[in-house]
Design a protein around this ligand. Sequence first.
Ligand SMILES: CSCC[C@H](N)C(=O)N[C@@H](C)C(=O)N[C@@H](C)C(=O)O
Length: 349
Amino acid sequence: MTQLQELRHAMARAGLDAVWISDPANVRAVSGFSSGKDGKVLVTQGGATLYTDARYTVQAAEESPLDAFIARPPATLEHAAPGLAGLRVGFEADHLTVAALEDLREHWPQAALVAVQGLVQSLRAVKSSAEVQAIRDAQALADQVFAEVRPLIVAGARELDIASEIELRLRRAGAQSAFDLIVASGPRGAMPHGVASDRVIQDGDLVTVDMGAQLRGYHSDMTRTVAVGTPGAEMARVYRAVLEAEEAAVRAVKPGVRTAELDRLARDILTGHGLGEAFAHSLGHGVGLEVHEAPSLRGTSDDVLQPGMIITIEPGAYLPGVGGVRIEDLVLVTEDGHEVLSVSPKEVL
Ligand SMILES: CSCC[C@H](N)C(=O)N[C@@H](C)C(=O)N[C@@H](C)C(=O)O
């Protein structure tokens, strides 16, 4: 079943006649149009139209099988209005701005507008084989770039030097960085999202490198924490604890497992090492057209793993004023278990 067919089933279950898709990743998912931020899609039970403007006439025809209507608002909304009279039309409440909702109300006075959340996102959680290949390729590139850059992570280098080397190599390979590169050394490692700064790496530092490639619209995500010289005994102990939690959670990945249970498993191990409070975020998330997407591996999540999901497993421990460790793998849920897509070696400390 195509994503559009699945969406129509989901719409019927939600009692919707139509849905107005404005989230860029969702626009891309249902239409194939890669400039999702400059496009919208109206899906009804009988049709689907991509709305974009004249900058994208050629691109829309090349990328999307959907009928395209080339105009800017309000002409786009006026074009859609007659077909929506008397219908229940969903809009993406987690993306549409209040101003854009007012526009819909003004131009579609005869439609019943219904706030929906996660309608398309939930369909994106299970990847097609083409999507799995795209993410596999993005991760393979990230692994290759990490291997090239690892020797440059030495005392005297700046975090920014490492980040710019990674970005340059990704760019040269036709990709780009999936997010602002995290290179957090020494005490800066206590910031889970410590983007690269001008700090000079010191002998004895642990350095957390969290990087991903964006290739053909799909993302990868991986973290390695590496040692420069010999780290102190306390941070080496923290590293081993995080590695133990990470490996245990990866081993437990298989269809049918509740993601909240995985988070609990990793958290319990860190708690056993006195690091429960230091694990300041969720165990992981799905990865695809966005770096963070469904499923969520948060302790409060109701998500259950299914074959075809691609998730991260990334426990961490962050000690303010001292440093931090995160180790993250990108994992494909398979029919009978899992496959780890990230192959960069993990240090043994
Ligand atoms: C700004 S994208 C950062 C990507 C990074 N690999 C990452 O996912 N970091 C996690 C610590 C994170 O942000 N987790 C989220 C899902 C959370 O726990 O809320």
